[in-house]
Design a protein around this ligand. Structure first.
Ligand SMILES: [Zn+2]
Length: 129
């Protein structure tokens, strides 16, 4: 974005040009600039959403493999080595002194050094089996 020192008044968020007097939105010089700005922001967020989903899916895959091996308790260091990212879970809540975390349908308690009580729960909207 280029700003010109001598210009006062609002400048276009997309191209940096002064906004023509009388434009009602006062953020963009033209509809073209407004659309370009919004499209780019939209694409940026699409990439961000996709990245988070990738991380969650990788986490879910790791936890699924643990459950498949009959594991209910794993050192966090081991999970981290497998590529587990503890910064992304689908929910986390404190229950008494425990931190209960969920990655889609898999739940566990997060302690200092291990995750414990790894279980799979059905989604509340799925029918009973
Ligand atoms: Zn513009």
């Amino acid at each position: 974005m280029k700003y010109k020192e001598e210009d006062h008044g609002p400048h276009c968020l997309e191209c940096g040009e002064p906004i023509p007097y009388g434009r009602s939105d006062r953020k963009y010089c033209s509809d073209r600039c407004r659309n370009r700005y919004h499209n780019r922001e939209h694409r940026k967020w699409q990439r961000r959403y996709a990245r988070v989903i990738d991380i969650l899916m990788q986490n879910h895959g790791i936890l699924s493999r643990m459950l498949g091996m009959g594991v209910e308790s794993v050192p966090k260091s081991e999970l981290a080595q497998l590529g587990y990212n503890f910064d992304f879970v689908t929910s986390c809540r404190k229950v008494r002194h425990r931190l209960e975390c969920r990655c889609f349908d898999i739940c566990y308690c997060d302690t200092d050094s291990r995750i414990i009580r790894l279980t799979r729960e059905r989604f509340p909207w799925d029918p009973d089996e």
